[in-house]
Ligand binder design. Sequence first.
Ligand SMILES: [Zn+2]
Length: 308
Amino acid sequence: MQIAQWTAALYLLITPAYSAPIPEPYLVSISRLGVVENQFCANLSPKNSGYILTSEAHKDIILIPEIPGQTLSSGKYSVTLEHQNLKTSTLKMTASIQGDRVKLLSKTPVDILLLRQNCLGETPISDTWNSPFSGTKDSDTKAFQRRIVGRFADFRTAGGDNGHKHAGIDLRGGFGEEVYPINDGRVLTTSYKDLSGGVVIEHLLPDGSKLYSKYVHIQDISVRVGEQVTPHTRLGRLFDKTSFKKSRYTHNHLHLEIRKDYLDKGTGSSYSDTRNELEKHCLDPEQFLGKQLTKKPAHMEQDPGTNK
Ligand SMILES: [Zn+2]
């Protein structure tokens, strides 16, 4: 008998009949019409007659198997998930398991892929705040302010709702201009929607509290969920000319949010009616970064956003 088989046999001998498994981390990919819309890390653990996937980055996903079992197995499931706009839906899905992969397919355009892997990672402690462009080069307050084309708490009607307050700021940028994290942190979610794709990063402050920065309208995303990032890590790039035309935006821009919590999860904007409500969850990046950037020496470089 091989050592591995001995170990397995010994394990079976000393393991009690049932022990609650330790939550296992899974990389969750939610796709619509075959395109990955969202990726985040979640812990799978047993709950009631099924399983629950809990995550900092998304609403919980509950899996109830048609035939109860102690381990996740192939078969029919009833899957409850909450979308970014807080609509809960329950789908009938069929799971197929291949090694560390669990594929959940439904008759709707939504599919879920679970990949068992250690995607949680540790969040490094944040250091100096930076502009989201050109690494740390373009970090003085004036260059940052010259880019602002949309302000925090502006009234918006985009997104098919009855209007909400803009949860972030819009920063003008060049076609294909690269986007960087505003501080050290860890990637919490990535989203690959054509015109509203983006990245959310968790920042751990020296006092132990957390902030989250969210970068939207970026493509060609080059970071993975769980990855530690610095202000020199390329996240992705702004639209090229073709995507910009398709977007019909008045400016090619980065939508940047800084959040105090991530209760509303996902990478969708929070649809708040009032500024007060918005300020419970978000900081005004213009004020926050403006103040932080003045703490750094001003640079001599030109604002790349003005060099077309
Ligand atoms: Zn915006």
